[in-house]
Design a protein around this ligand. Structure first.
Ligand SMILES: Cc1cc2nc3c(=O)[nH]c(=O)nc-3n(C[C@H](O)[C@H](O)[C@H](O)COP(=O)(O)OP(=O)(O)OC[C@H]3O[C@@H](n4cnc5c(N)ncnc54)[C@H](O)[C@@H]3O)c2cc1C
Length: 346
């Protein structure tokens, strides 16, 4: 069924795959670099070019980076009006560039900013958007946008058959960053502001960098994660102790976040963060599909659960059946003992 308001476009007029390259404080967001590996793959399947699109101020020195990571060209819009980031302003710039160059696909990393801006871009261009994709493919010239539907185990394959560009986002860490190669060469197209820059509608009054002493969850090599089975916020104190002994960080399931035992930025899963540690210890977590989605890149999963039938054991390399209140202290004790032995042994 074709939409009455949005007439089909001539698809052959649209060429190229774009990745919106988000910059912040003089560097490119890792999540945008990860999208370049998706972009490269899809551009090759479509037999077209891959471009990184950069919008900001004082970002010219970063313009080669997308090329080093696989882009054929970079479209650069560097102007003082693009600092600070306002989703309406940056979004409108992307819309105007898309109207001018007519790309067939735009990928946007699902960061806080990307998630705010992408729907604005899609709606302004009167085209479809799929958020939080986990895989992509090409069929008959259309981008297949694959993602788990809410709360289900299946995968939905979504396409935008009549409109262009096809827009999709993916969460940080769902895809691996491509290798960086400084020998790669490409074209840098320096654009000027050829459109009316809209009023942002809001004003940034102050920005403060929140000090994060801990290793960010996305980069942590060891994660000790707790779920509703902990029974209370106090349970996390025990997990913190275990994480400290192992040199890791703590995280939690959505149920633990909903209970207010751990902040949302520590939530692992489909609507949280995708992690890729060497070791993930799931304590009192049942192993719902939405949680397991976030740990599929973990190298080793250890599950501690009182219920031998808990689905988490199907996704664990090692499982301990029992009450975490008994098992975690034993683990901490054993780790301390072994550390001591190491100190003593010659
Ligand atoms: C659209 C959507 C998105 C979602 N996104 C996410 C997401 O990003 N992340 C996420 O985690 N969830 C997400 N969920 C929720 C998900 O479906 C589950 O409800 C949630 O993961 C369950 O959390 P849990 O394992 O902590 O709790 P429960 O499912 O209640 O499991 C608690 C576990 O603790 C065990 N237990 C109890 N007492 C003890 C004890 N003393 N010692 C050891 N084990 C014990 C129990 O046997 C049980 O297996 C999402 C759901 C939807 C619908």
């Amino acid at each position: 069924m074709s939409c009455k308001e949005w007439e089909p476009v001539k698809k052959e007029d649209y060429k190229g795959v774009w990745v919106y390259i988000e910059t912040d404080e003089g560097s490119i967001k890792e999540a945008s670099i990860q999208m370049l590996s998706v972009g490269r793959n899809i551009a090759e399947k479509l037999g077209t070019y891959l471009a990184g699109v950069m919008i900001g101020h004082n970002i010219r020195h970063l313009a080669n980076e997308p090329i080093y990571y696989g882009a054929d060209k970079v479209i650069l819009l560097d102007d003082s009006r693009f600092y600070p980031f306002y989703s309406r302003v940056h979004g409108q710039a992307l819309v105007e560039l898309a109207r001018k160059y007519k790309p067939e696909v735009i990928f946007i990393a699902g960061t806080m900013r990307g998630r705010e801006m992408a729907p604005y871009v899609a709606n302004s261009l009167r085209t479809g958007i799929t958020a939080d994709c986990t895989a992509f493919d090409v069929e008959n010239g259309d981008l297949i946008q694959i993602r788990p539907p809410f709360g289900a185990l299946m995968l939905a394959r979504i396409r935008t058959p009549n409109r262009r560009p096809q827009i999709a986002t993916a969460r940080p860490n769902v895809f691996e960053a491509p290798p960086r190669d400084e020998k790669r060469k490409g074209e840098i197209i320096e654009e000027k502001v050829f459109f009316e820059v809209p009023d942002p509608g809001i004003r940034l009054v102050e920005s403060k960098r929140v000090k994060k002493e801990e290793i960010p969850l996305e980069k942590a090599e060891i994660i000790v994660s707790g779920g509703r089975g902990l029974g209370s916020a106090d349970g996390f104190k025990m997990l913190e102790e275990l994480a400290r002994e192992l040199g890791g960080v703590i995280a939690g399931s959505r149920k633990a976040v909903d209970a207010g035992w751990i902040p949302h930025e520590k939530q692992v899963g489909q609507t949280g963060i995708s992690v890729k540690p060497k070791l993930y210890i799931a304590v009192g977590i049942s192993g719902a599909a939405q949680h397991v989605f976030g740990i599929r890149e973990a190298k080793r999963v250890v599950a501690i659960n009182i219920d031998p039938g808990a689905p988490i054991f199907d996704n664990a390399d090692y499982g301990v059946v029992g009450n975490y209140r008994e098992i975690v202290p034993l683990l901490i004790e054993e780790i301390r003992k072994r550390k001591k032995e190491k100190e003593i042994s010659p």
